[in-house]
Design a protein around this ligand. Structure first.
Ligand code: BEZ
Length: 219
């Protein structure tokens, strides 16, 4: 893996948007899994601080509730914390018993922090022993397409992950961008012109333009 040299110590290069996601092989509640197993699917790799904690429990319920909607979009979920497989199994069983929700996705038992370190999931300013609430959206070619970081004390918004996936897949399919708070079915942004000639042409193209640099269209 590419390495960055900082002072005396070499730290692993952290994930960057548009670059290949760091590869891994990890023990999970569904056996050994590798990043390469997800080739051809989108992957949401997410970390939580610890099993049997309340905010994390609400998030696991949330991720479990959107798992089938993600599947329809060819997206798999993979959780991670530095807890053991036994702890993950006990917690997932407890969630099913207490909340009536089956957790359908695997959870990495990253006891030696291998994956957490590769992905920069431990934020020492928050905790040196737990992973923060990190989310990596990885596309079917293994490229990091989005990274989202939330603090220990704030549960994540599941609707936003569905929206983010819809936006990324719409961008890939149609070569467009999506505006703030965009939802599927709404107008999209025509990519900015690269030349003065493009700018002139797009004004004539029948898009809904506020000005030469700001044009919307229906899909
Ligand atoms: C929680 O999931 O409730 C939690 C975990 C770590 C720190 C604070 C809250």
């Amino acid at each position: 893996m590419e390495e960055l040299v900082t002072g005396e110590q070499a730290a692993p290069a952290l994930p960057r948007l548009g670059s290949p996601a760091p590869s891994f092989e990890a023990e999970t509640t569904q056996g050994t899994l590798r990043l390469e197993d997800y080739r051809g699917s989108w992957l949401i790799l997410f970390s939580h601080p610890a099993d049997f904690t309340p905010v994390c429990t609400t998030e696991f319920v949330g991720f479990a509730e959107i798992a089938s909607q993600l599947r329809e979009r060819n997206v798999e979920l993979l959780g991670l914390s530095v807890d053991s497989t036994y702890s993950h199994i006990a917690w997932v069983r407890n969630i099913e018993e207490k909340f009536g929700i089956e957790v359908p996705f695997p959870v990495i038992a990253d006891l030696n922090k291998d994956v957490a370190t590769k992905y920069g999931m431990i934020m020492p300013g928050e905790s040196t022993t737990e992973t923060s609430r990190c989310v990596f959206v990885i596309d079917p070619e293994g490229v990091v397409r989005a990274m989202v970081y939330y603090p220990l004390t704030t549960g994540r918004n599941m609707d936003e992950f569905l929206r983010l996936i819809d936006a990324l897949q719409t961008t890939d399919e149609h070569g467009v961008a999506t505006p703030a708070n965009w939802r599927p079915g709404e107008k999209v942004i025509v990519p900015p012109p690269k030349t003065a000639e493009d700018a002139e042409e797009r004004v004539k193209a029948g898009y809904e333009c506020k000005d030469w640099y700001f044009c919307l269209k229906d899909l």
